[in-house]
Design a protein around this ligand. Sequence first.
Ligand SMILES: CC(=O)N[C@H]1[C@@H](OP(=O)(O)OP(=O)(O)OC[C@H]2O[C@@H](n3ccc(=O)[nH]c3=O)[C@H](O)[C@@H]2O)O[C@H](CO)[C@@H](O)[C@@H]1O
Length: 368
Amino acid sequence: MRIIVSGGGTGGHIYPALALIERLKQVEPDTQVLYVGTDRGLENKIVPAAGLELKVLHTQGFKRSLSLENFKTAYLFLKAVHDAKKIIREFKPDVVLGTGGYVSGAVLYAAAKLHVPTVIHEQNSVVGITNKFLSRYVDEIAIAFDAARDQFPAAKVTMCGNPRAQQAAANANSDFSWTSYGLSDAKPVLMIFGGSQGAPKINASVVQAIPEFSKRDYQVVFATGQKRYDQVKEALKDVKVGSNVKVVPYIEDMPAKMPKVACLVSRAGATTIAEITALGIPTILIPSPYVTANHQVKNAMALVKNGAAAMITEDQLDGRSLLVQADRLMEDQAARDQMAQASKKMGRPDAADRLIKILYKAIADHQK
Ligand SMILES: CC(=O)N[C@H]1[C@@H](OP(=O)(O)OP(=O)(O)OC[C@H]2O[C@@H](n3ccc(=O)[nH]c3=O)[C@H](O)[C@@H]2O)O[C@H](CO)[C@@H](O)[C@@H]1O
């Protein structure tokens, strides 16, 4: 299969695309892939690292309020559509897949106008602005939460889950060792990260809690987000950080490491949730209150209701509340086991295979 994949900006849109590609190459080893992203997003780091060719377009998001900047955005969109058409004509894909982010708006719109089969994947329960716009033009829409169904044209929608779940499940028996982080494999690890880019309030709370974490019998791996690392290091300059606590900018190859985590603290982004439920990882979710229609709270509540996660809302978050919840789980294996079981029941470990079927369907329907 020749496939163009486009999704950009944050890890939550990029990792599902990469997981799909990894699986597609297992099913069809001669698959040819071109990734189209923005010139600024995390894809510039993640996609080449995965050994894929990346072409970039310059786009930006529309402001919700009336703004002069929106004229520039509209111009950039039209230019990006024009450039995307050129890329599509040259690459001649059998199908184009969009996984969200502004750049996928231009690429999928261009593909639809060129009558190339198109599929979009929506990771969230509340549909993103780009996918909402594209839903009129594309052939097929794959969703990961039932709640997204009614927000799209019914005939195009198929439940599939998030391909990153299948990748996570496939790595469940990972042989990763925490010794590469200077930690022990004999003691449980609490992993903390605020989404793919880090989150200021989570970072500040972890900084407050570090003197106590440093006295615990468990270990802590804390990712600050690439751009926030220096700031956190500065805040920690007079704090004695125990040898059981590791502070890093970013955690690479998460599917290898997540199975080796006893408990996780994280934002409630859809892709993170797909990973933790695929593996059944006890998690304390801290939903971001800064996202469209508060969708992370909805993502989180779906798990909390089933006993699959605990939640701290951002307004209740500080070093103290974080520590209390973390201790409660890290010091109670039975509570962790119970949460793990409930979480795993919600996982969709065949999501990539389902998405591949949807790609085949879009291609076949065009050949009729
Ligand atoms: C602020 C914002 O707009 N967030 C959105 C964005 O979040 P964001 O990009 O943070 O999305 P997710 O939480 O869904 O995904 C984060 C991904 O990054 C990985 N990871 C994270 C930290 C790290 O150090 N290393 C690493 O590999 C995680 O394992 C996961 O695969 O996209 C998600 C999916 O569309 C949405 O649900 C989120 O609401």
